[in-house]
Design a protein around this ligand. Structure first.
Ligand SMILES: NC(=O)CCC(=O)C(=O)O
Length: 258
């Protein structure tokens, strides 16, 4: 995970920085095969200027991220960007395979009022559904993790890993950690969550990107500075935890209202 700072409202500079971070990824051993970026890494939360700076149909981001995925031979969960569509702007995440194919697009479904998203952004209408190799995966953008129903939907359709891309600010570090750990335990899935660091005119961001295993153990955690956070995930552990405590076959859906 690239736990980077983001320059407020300056997509060109942020694209340059993302390319620079990929140069650093080249130096890692073992070489990573999945890379994540944070939420709105191109514009930050400069929502008032989206009319000027949002990416038309995500064209710049898609071209650049496809090229990086291919050049570095990685699955790329491309954080999210401000995507300008005819009907408005979305907070959109693109997922690429190591040969540079765009395999999934997810638009943030839950808009976060504390950061005025509902004033400037459109809400996405679909939940994600994709695979990383043969591993079924799910993806959420920041505030989405407060809605366990969405993530449970992903788990019930088979997801074994939840990727999260975020700009989650102070003072809610406790919420960030506990929500992510809970999502991992209750769905017996890996959670791989990339948060930005630095600050903008309204907020400071604490990083603490996390990799949590399906038993709820934190296996990697970033600090509050820029950096790369790495860890290893394995489908075997998901299967093992799901066999040990078979919550999916013990569910009683007829008792639930949601
Ligand atoms: N960018 C976001 O969606 C932030 C969500 C957040 O901070 C929260 O507390 O929820």
């Amino acid at each position: 995970m690239i736990q980077m700072d983001i320059v407020f409202g300056n997509p060109e500079e942020n694209r340059r920085r993302v390319r620079e971070w990929f140069e650093k990824i080249k130096e890692l051993t073992p070489k990573p095969n999945i890379v994540l970026l944070p939420e709105l890494w191109d514009t930050g939360y400069d929502l008032k200027r989206l009319g000027e700076i949002a990416d038309p149909d995500g064209t710049y981001a898609k071209e650049m991220l496809a090229e990086l995925a291919q050049q570095y031979g990685v699955y790329l969960i491309g954080g999210s960007i401000a995507e300008q569509k005819a009907e408005g702007t979305y907070n959109t995440s693109f997922v690429f395979t190591p040969d540079g194919q765009l395999v999934h697009e997810y638009r943030k479904a839950h808009l976060f009022r504390l950061m005025e998203e509902e004033k400037y952004l459109q809400a996405g209408q679909e939940l994600p559904d994709f695979r990383i190799g043969d591993m079924p995966a799910f993806l959420q953008i920041c505030y989405d993790i407060r809605f366990p129903e969405g993530i449970r939907t992903g788990a019930l359709t088979g997801a074994e890993v939840l990727f999260v891309v975020a700009e989650w600010p102070n003072p809610r570090l406790v919420h960030w950690r506990q929500l992510l750990i809970a999502r991992a335990i209750e769905n017996q899935m890996y959670v791989v969550a990339c948060n930005r660091v630095g600050s903008d005119i309204n907020n400071t961001f604490f990083g603490h990107s996390l990799i949590i295993d399906p038993w709820g153990e934190v296996i990697a955690e970033g600090g509050e500075e820029e950096g790369i956070v790495t860890g290893t995930i394995s489908r075997e552990l998901v299967a093992d935890v799901r066999n040990r405590i078979p919550i999916f076959s013990d569910r009683r859906p007829h008792l639930y209202t949601l």
